[in-house]
Write a protein that binds this ligand. Structure first.
Ligand SMILES: NC(=O)c1ccc[n+]([C@@H]2O[C@H](COP(=O)([O-])OP(=O)(O)OC[C@H]3O[C@@H](n4cnc5c(N)ncnc54)[C@H](O)[C@@H]3O)[C@@H](O)[C@H]2O)c1
Length: 338
């Protein structure tokens, strides 16, 4: 059985869909602070918080057949992590320490961990491969890099086998339109563009139009969420067959500029995306693109949905059916939203 920690969130809920399709037995562990019960679509869940070791002990006690853990549960806003580093270190790092300790007590030694491109910091070259120097520029990136290091220690000390998947920008949605991206607040480009077009948000700000890129705006790597989910499944198979710890970068291999994303969004949804050009934001590199050559070589992973129009149209399927997102209220949260 797979324990999906943070399974009610954006990436986690798409993982659940794939696990159901593959008849993989699983249980979600989530505090529903940012996640959505409606995103579970029938997957069983256990309400608990990573920062509470007893919640973790209870879930392992209740489900002694858990053999692999997937970890998605974290705070994800780079900007907020600068303003509130304590919140990020407690949840994103200390929370994972609680998790791997609980795994140790439960004798579970297989973990798939959601890491991030933010561990690399300013790119010294692109595409960014696994060997690229790691020098995070935000507390968010620091907390994730600290976990990667902690997991290496736990491997050496306790035989924990962990696959760290460093994704670039997760994007798109399941084409069924049943689940999608609904963060509070939403900071990711594609949903923000769609919400601006729907009049749910003010005009988009394009930060910097004078970068050395195809059209002067920043270039980023958008990887389809279903492609990410498939990589997790490959990681589970690797671990279950006795595979050792690994680190992989996961991206589309292609970058798209902010303008290309906004223009494609307009084309797909048939509505203008209100936008204003603004100055560069400090610390935004011109281009961030992943090299996924290593995972492709080792496990044959390659993105099935690399095309920007497909990514945006899948995201749109969700938003046009759910213009208010999941529409859930913060009443049932364990920890209040800031
Ligand atoms: N979204 C991206 O583009 C992206 C890119 C790189 C890495 N990541 C990483 O992927 C993971 C998932 O991202 P997402 O976009 O799905 O985030 P999300 O906020 O949608 O999902 C996170 C889930 O974890 C739960 N959670 C958070 N803290 C918890 C805690 N203490 N106890 C129990 N549950 C908790 C939330 O309620 C939510 O359901 C994160 O670790 C993030 O750092 C995301």
């Amino acid at each position: 059985m797979i324990l999906v920690v943070g399974g009610a969130g954006y990436i986690g809920s798409h993982m659940l869909k794939l696990l159901r399709d593959e008849n993989e037995e699983h249980i979600v562990f989530d505090n529903f602070e940012q996640g959505h019960r409606d995103a579970l679509l029938g997957s069983p869940s256990f309400q608990g918080d990573l920062r509470n070791p007893n919640d973790l002990l209870r879930v392992f006690e209740k489900h002694p057949d858990i053999d692999v853990v997937m970890h998605f549960a974290a705070y994800i806003s780079v900007g907020e992590s600068v303003r509130e580093p304590s919140k990020y270190w407690h949840n994103n790092t200390a929370g994972v320490l609680n998790l791997v300790d609980a795994m140790r007590f439960a004798k579970v030694n297989k973990l798939v961990f959601s890491s991030t491109a933010a561990i690399f910091g300013e790119p010294q070259y692109v595409p960014i491969d696994e060997e690229h120097p790691k020098s995070p520029t935000s507390p968010y990136g620091q907390t994730k890099l600290a976990v990667e290091k902690m997991l290496s220690d736990f491997d050496r000390g306790y035989g924990l086998n962990a696959v760290c998947l460093r994704y670039f920008n997760a994007a798109g949605a399941d084409p069924s339109g049943q689940i999608g991206e609904d963060h509070e607040p939403e900071e990711h480009l594609i949903p923000v563009a769609i919400l601006a077009a729907l009049g749910k948000r003010p005009a988009m700000k394009v930060f910097g139009t004078d970068y050395d890129t195809v059209d002067g705006t920043c270039v980023r790597d958008y990887v389809h969420i279903l492609d990410l989910a498939k990589a997790h499944l490959l990681a589970v198979r690797h671990l279950r067959s006795g595979g050792e710890s690994r680190h992989y970068n996961l991206g589309n291999g292609k970058g798209f500029s902010v303008r290309q994303v906004l223009d494609t969004t307009e084309k797909v949804i048939g509505m203008p995306v209100p936008r204003e050009d603004g100055p560069r934001r400090p610390g935004d590199p011109a281009t961030l693109i992943a090299s996924s050559e290593k995972i492709s070589r080792d496990w044959g992973w390659k993105p099935e949905y690399p095309d920007l129009e497909t990514i945006v149209s899948h995201a749109w399927e969700w938003h046009r059916g759910h213009p208010e997102g999941y529409g859930d209220h913060p009443d049932d949260v364990v920890v209040s939203r800031k």
